[in-house]
Design a protein around this ligand. Structure first.
Ligand code: FPP
Length: 242
């Protein structure tokens, strides 16, 4: 995999509005240190906090992460509990600090399968987020799958508009990501080259950057490098370069 290079000037010239990240490599990061996988997720949650703050400071509008997929329930109960515990901790912190930090938190995914406690915390963050307009938004995908999101969106559209025509615009407006611009750049850490059911509809024209760095080790310099790589890309959306 080629090394990413950092050119902050180029990055500033073409800043994405929305970066999304597949935070892969927490388990391997922990194993390399002889730690339980939960320690890798705890370190990964700290990296999320650092990178989200950095994206806010750069002037991005959205940063979206894949925290727990519809397939991640296959993991051990201990690991699932550890991830849910970290999400609870982060939601509690957000309720306390969202207004001060100007980071609007939004949970995306099918929250109906989550514990009542988590759902109450999500409702509380949503209520605060509604009062905060025009600020940076961190989106956390939780019990999220791209295919599941599309199926739920179609069902939502059909129940809300029984006689309506399903168009691309209408489907976009029925997704969990309604109102959020499609990600300009999707970064996957941990050395794997796939989307793993992440933002399948929204990624139609996203630029993809893959990094070998394990997510807990991912730094603001790595974000700069990914943005610099993004700035070098020629986005044609099916057209031709003028
Ligand atoms: C993928 O790495 C990571 C996950 C499935 C969980 C990510 C969750 C967190 C970082 C914690 C909570 C998040 C927030 C936003 C507070 P992996 O476990 O598949 O790594 P591996 O491929 O090395 O095993």
């Amino acid at each position: 995999m080629p090394e990413l290079t950092t050119t902050p000037a180029g990055a500033a010239a073409k800043l994405p509005r929305h970066i999304a990240a597949i935070m892969d490599g927490n388990g391997r990061w922990a194993r390399l240190r002889g730690l339980p996988r939960s320690a890798g997720h705890a370190a990964g949650a700290e990296t999320f906090r650092r990178i989200a703050t950095y994206c806010r400071d750069l002037g991005l509008e959205h940063f979206t992460v894949y925290a727990f997929s519809t397939e991640n329930w296959k993991r051990s109960a201990d690991e699932v509990d550890a991830i849910m515990g970290l999400l609870k901790k982060y939601l509690l912190e957000s309720i306390e600090k969202m207004e001060r930090d100007r980071i609007r938190l939004k949970i995306l995914g099918d929250t109906s399968a989550l514990s009542g406690e988590l759902r109450e915390l999500i409702d509380a963050t949503d209520a605060i987020a509604r009062r905060l307009s025009g600020c940076f938004q961190a989106n956390v995908c939780l019990n999220y799958g791209g295919r599941d999101e599309i199926v739920r969106a179609v069902k939502r559209f059909c129940s809300e508009h029984p006689a309506g025509e399903l168009t691309e615009r209408a489907l976009s407006d029925s997704l969990d990501t309604a109102g959020i611009p499609d990600p300009d750049l999707i970064i996957r850490t941990g050395g794997e080259y796939r989307l793993s059911n992440f933002l399948l509809w929204e990624s139609a024209y996203s630029e993809l950057v893959f990094s070998d760095v394990l997510w807990p080790d991912f730094t603001p310099e790595d974000i700069d490098a990914a943005i610099a790589e993004f700035a070098r890309r020629d986005r044609r959306y099916g057209g031709v370069t003028s």
